[in-house]
Design a protein around this ligand. Structure first.
Ligand code: SAM
Length: 418
């Protein structure tokens, strides 16, 4: 039997059955229950939220409180339902208002360098996993990576995201030297690393070398689902250990998840929100799962764009100042996915500054975009499209909570660890 037989195919989403709305448990900030999940489905307290209760859930998120698990589940299902377009529009308007209170109409851009697709990890969903013998592998030299950043700097970029598979050649010393060279050659710029799981000492070393930010999605906050999507030597506990070490090392830290993973339920997505609530990441990457033909999950359907946008909007309400990208996966899953992301509360875009010949090889999932507005050389077109939405591209560093001109009215998130 296939090791993936446990994963059901077909639609994973449905509205839950009736239960008393009054039974929805809401955890209030400061209550002794804060930070503990609400009742599980099937237990007393499971419910479908009518619209007024769902608005209450949004109020609580905006006030910095964590609604109970069942309330979150019902809220995600209610807003993601195919027929709930008007409701979704209201949610997105609310998320946009929060983003605008914090960032005005600014959309920050980051120059993305996908510098190696060689990876020692074997995530079942990922096109560059070690086990994919059909992937055309490449690795850029440090000189070449630096040249891409300098080119990006000349185009006006002031943040560079170095992303890659877990390529053993990029040891701590190689990466540290590279970060230092980028910081020297590209004054006033921020360097974000996204190179997977490393030791606490490694994270601290790279931070000392000048890296400012680190992206490491938690992928899913459910340890059992995580175990089903990764080989036994890749555990959720280790992923969480890394995220905590990154925070401890002083990085602006990015977590995030895929929406619509095979076997993922709404309960899992509620757990993702709870996880983000507790971790308080400065950045959150949320994108739909998209299958890749040469992975064990090739035959599963892609995640829903609507549901992904709902998760983005809820994350915006929960973490008002977080830097939330409208991800490439969102842009790949829907023609106007990037625009929809911004209209659901996203405030970051990551145009690709990698060499053209490599972009097609960094194929994490089928059809991954790398041309058009995804490409840094097409900034003029991107600017026009963003301006047409009523937003303005900002090339400055756009650090967490440190942007100039942030309105005082911006709601303050609870303290880290609260
Ligand atoms: N190795 C680094 C890491 O583990 O964080 C960075 C590279 S990894 C390929 C970047 C992200 O791509 C992952 O965190 C995952 O969420 C996303 N990704 C991989 N496969 C995907 C798929 N099939 N659909 C959507 N996103 C995917």
């Amino acid at each position: 039997m296939s090791p993936f037989a446990f994963l059901q195919k077909g639609p994973l989403w449905q509205i839950r059955g009736n239960a008393s709305p009054a039974a929805a448990t809401i955890q209030r900030a400061g209550s002794p229950l804060r930070g503990r999940p609400g009742p599980l489905p099937g237990q007393p307290g499971e419910c479908v939220l009518p619209m007024d209760m769902s608005a209450k859930v949004l109020d609580l998120l905006e006030q910095g409180a964590l609604p109970g698990r069942s309330a979150l589940v019902a809220c995600i299902d209610l807003y993601s339902a195919p027929e709930a377009e008007a409701l979704r529009a209201a949610l997105f308007a609310r998320a946009r208002a929060v983003a605008r209170a914090c960032f005005g109409r600014h959309i920050f851009v980051r120059g993305l360098v996908e510098f190696t697709n060689i990876c020692r990890k074997d995530c079942y969903y990922c096109g560059i996993r070690r086990g994919n013998a059909r992937a055309a592998r490449y690795r850029m030299s440090p000189d070449h990576i630096l040249a891409c950043c300098v080119n990006g700097w000349n185009l006006g970029f002031r943040t560079f995201v170095l992303q890659g598979g877990e390529d053993p050649l990029f040891s701590d010393d190689v990466l540290a030297a590279l970060v230092a060279r980028i910081k020297a050659a590209c004054p006033e710029s921020a360097v974000t690393l996204s190179v997977g799981e490393r030791s606490a000492a490694s994270y601290a070393y790279l931070r000392r070398a000048g890296a400012d930010r680190y992206l490491l999605r938690h992928e899913t906050a459910d340890a059992t689902l995580y175990a089903r999507l990764h080989p036994a030597d890749q555990t959720f506990a280790e992923r969480v250990r890394c995220l905590h070490d990154l925070k401890h090392a002083g990085y602006q830290t990015g977590a995030g998840m895929m929406v619509g993973l095979p076997g993922q339920t709404t309960e899992h997505l509620a757990k993702d929100l709870e996880f983000l609530y507790r971790l308080r990441p400065e950045m959150v990457g949320i994108g739909p799962f998209i299958p890749h033909n040469d992975t064990p999950l090739a035959d599963f359907q892609a995640g829903s764009v609507a549901r992904t946008l709902v998760m983005l909007a809820l994350a915006r309400l929960m973490l008002p100042r977080a830097l939330l990208p409208a991800t490439t996966a969102l842009g790949t899953a829907a023609e106007d996915g990037r625009e929809k992301g911004i209209l659901a509360g996203a405030n970051v875009l990551m145009p690709n500054v990698s060499p053209r010949e490599n972009r097609k090889k960094y194929m994490l999932y089928n059809g991954k975009l790398s041309d058009g507005d995804e490409a840094a050389e097409n900034m003029a077109s991107l600017r026009r499209h963003i301006a047409a939405l009523g937003y303005e591209i900002r090339m400055d560093r756009g650090d967490y909570a440190a942007g100039e001109g942030l309105p005082q009215a911006c709601p303050r998130p609870p303290k880290a660890g609260a």
